[in-house]
Design a protein around this ligand. Structure first.
Ligand code: GP9
Ligand code: MN
Length: 674
């Protein structure tokens, strides 16, 4: 053995190969990373290598025997980090992040179960550490003799860095904007590896905590003043009309308003939603000039904006990067003011968009994710559960919620790339030769049908009549990469201005005891939903930091700001920095005073909202006497969810057991860039 380990480089190589191969095996055996293609598999295989070379390479700068000691120590540290993630993943289906490590309150409950999460075969995960130690101790000779030239460790580190760069480039090809958009921890591990994930996480956290530390309560004053200045008094006739009523909020995935009343080959695409708009005007009010305001956070941005009346961030998803912030969300306010319970339903994994963390900050009592649903193959497509079984299976849970409730159902099937099983497709695709645009109409029809079914079930359960029901589109479904196909659909030459006008998403609302107003043309956006709902249940939005205004108020502000600084009002538009007259569609070369003022307001508003998120400013704000800041440690989304029926607990536990058995087989999220 002594002869075998004849040089430091050999010892280094053995250590590197051991940790590399071990990490790869752990990926395959322990984590469910949803590998979908050969490139992803290749990345999984090579991604431990770059960090291994870089980390272990550090040891080569040491002298003499210390080189071996450091190699062993770094190898040990990487092994422990990997193993900690293995154990954590077995329970949480997630990777360890810095905030998790600092949440010591979690450890109490975890402590008991750590042992139960360990397996006998885990000893193999530490075997290489022992082998390496033996090699190190039994090969004393070589540490003395050889002196390593500096260029060796430098070369190794350089190879590591180049390899890492290569890795990032390939990852970006398969998953554009991986690091910018911050989707899901699973993705970072899948593409860049468990060790690089830890570094990424540390940098993210450092950035977040610096921004947070630099902020103080003075920063809040400006925000508060702005919010008060923008405040629109409630419409007296509507204020409090729906006090204490159940609220059912339906998230229409990727739904452009143009689908409403749209005919494809002479056939209505969404006959049911159309009927709400055209025939049930006495019940529903439809805002035809309502816009989504989301950015890279897509669904997560929509959720954030609607429930908090704050804008998403210019980059990434606040759900992920500001997942530990203090929020004063609509459901938390409803809870503290009027005893509402809150629940979110979604047929996808709980960690997507960091939902399982941020919902705790929003004070969401219950979160029902894939583990609570029957996810067998025929029920699933694309990202997760199909909308029809989703609504069906959500129904009994909904009925069992403590009332009044704020229930949010997030649909999923009508999501890019709009996959649909043959038996679910009840309308022919469009014919633009652009697959996702063509199928877009089929999944929209499917969503429409599932909604009709759900409304019938609500009626049958007696939950329809007396509830506020509102529907909103979360963001565009057809991106600007599809101008040609869109042009064909609308028989026009697509332009940026026309595309900006396609950013309308539906907002429909039924208020119990109030006659619907049919279609109204007021310009509004997702930011306006929270103050609107607050006023309907009789809570004055004046006390809160909100950036929107009540859509039913006479003083409602019709300025719709977009995240990139563009905007829409009834009169004007700014699209990609070009001003338009919104009545004629003509370009305005010389913006007038009014336009410049609107522009300045948009900038100010976005900026102030960013300050709130970046400085975590709501931690300094008490909206009313007796307000209790939301304590995330009171919320659990496993079988310990408070008061859920035993049957749901059992379902969750069954799912957990099954998952352990099927780890290798089950699939993760499938995201494709739109
Ligand atoms: C994933 C789903 C989709 O759970 O909500 O998110 P999106 O890609 O639309 O942001
Ligand atoms: Mn979405």
């Amino acid at each position: 053995m002594r002869r075998f380990i004849s040089s430091k480089m050999q010892f280094f190589t053995i250590a590197a190969i051991l940790i590399w191969i071990k990490t790869y095996i752990v990926y395959l055996v322990e984590f469910n990373l949803g590998i979908q293609n050969v490139l992803q598999h290749f990345l999984l295989f090579i991604n431990p290598l770059s960090s291994t070379l870089i980390f272990l390479g550090i040891a080569l700068f040491a002298r003499g025997r210390r080189v071996g000691g450091y190699i062993w120590l770094i190898h040990l540290f990487m092994s422990l980090l990997l193993y900690a993630n293995v154990v954590f993943y077995r329970f949480n289906n997630d990777f360890i992040t810095l905030p998790v490590l600092t949440q010591t309150s979690n450890f109490g409950s975890l402590g008991n179960s750590i042992i139960s999460l360990m397996n006998w075969y885990d000893v193999f995960y530490m075997l290489d550490v022992v082998i390496l130690l033996v090699l190190f101790l039994t090969s004393k000779q070589m540490w003395k003799h050889e002196r390593m030239k500096l260029r060796r460790p430098v070369a190794i580190m350089t190879i590591g860095v180049l390899l890492f760069t290569f890795n990032v480039i390939l990852a970006e090809i398969d998953r554009p904007q991986l690091l910018k958009r911050t989707f899901d921890r699973n993705y970072i591990v899948k593409y860049l590896g468990a060790y690089n994930f830890t570094i990424y996480d540390a940098i993210q956290n450092l950035k977040t905590s610096t921004e947070r530390v630099l902020a103080d309560s003075d920063d809040l004053t400006e925000v508060r003043n702005y919010s008060m200045l923008k405040y629109a008094k409630p419409n007296e006739e509507l204020f409090g009309v729906a006090e204490g009523k159940n609220i059912i909020k339906i998230h229409l995935e990727s739904f452009h308003s143009f689908l409403i009343n749209f005919e494809l080959n002479g056939e209505e695409v969404t006959p049911f939603i159309n009927s709400l708009v055209n025939e049930q005007q006495d019940e529903f009010t439809y805002f035809e000039n309502f816009f989504h305001q989301t950015e890279q956070g897509k669904t997560a941005d929509a959720e954030l904006i609607v429930d908090n009346s704050l804008y998403g961030l210019p980059q990434g998803s606040a759900f992920v990067t500001k997942g530990k912030n203090t929020y004063q969300s609509l459901p938390a306010i409803l809870n503290q003011k009027q005893g509402y319970s809150s629940a979110i339903f979604h047929g996808d994994g709980k960690s997507f968009w960091n939902r399982d963390e941020i919902y705790k900050q929003f004070g969401i009592d219950y979160f029902f994710y894939d583990a609570y649903y029957d996810m067998s193959e025929e029920q699933v497509i694309g990202y997760g559960l199909k909308d029809k079984p989703f609504f069906k299976e959500s129904m009994p849970i909904l009925e069992s919620l403590p009332q009044p409730f704020y229930a949010h159902l997030i649909t999923l099937t009508h999501h890019h790339p709009y996959l649909i099983d043959e038996e679910d497709a009840t309308i022919e695709p469009a014919d633009t030769r652009d697959g996702s645009v063509d199928r877009y109409f089929q999944t929209a029809r499917y969503l429409d049908e599932s909604l009709e079914m759900f409304f019938n079930d609500l009626k049958e359960a007696g939950l329809y009549e007396d509830s506020i029901i509102f529907l909103y589109g979360d963001h565009y479904g057809i991106s600007e990469n599809h101008y040609r196909a869109l042009g064909e659909i609308f028989d026009t030459e697509m332009t940026d201005y026309k595309y900006a006008n396609l950013q309308r998403v539906p907002f429909l609302i039924k208020i119990p005891g109030v006659k619907g107003q049919g279609t109204i043309s007021e310009y509004a956006g997702q930011i306006d939903v929270m103050p609107t709902i607050l006023h309907l249940v009789g809570i004055d939005s004046h006390d809160f930091i909100v950036f929107g205004t009540d859509m039913f108020s006479e003083k409602h502000n019709d300025l719709v700001a977009f995240r990139n600084g563009d905007f829409m009002t009834a009169k004007y538009a700014k699209v990609r920095d070009v001003y338009y007259d919104n009545e004629t569609g003509e370009v305005i070369e010389e913006p007038n005073e009014e336009l410049l003022e609107i522009n300045a307001q948009v900038m100010r508003e976005l900026n102030l909202s960013d300050n709130v998120l970046q400085g975590d400013l709501l931690r300094f704000y008490t909206p009313f006497e007796g307000w209790e800041p939301v304590d995330p440690s009171n919320y659990f989304y496993d079988e310990n969810q408070l008061y859920i029926p035993q049957s749901l607990k059992d379902k969750w536990l069954d799912y957990k057991n099954e998952e352990v058995e099927n780890e290798l087989e089950s699939e993760g999220n499938t995201i494709e860039e739109n």
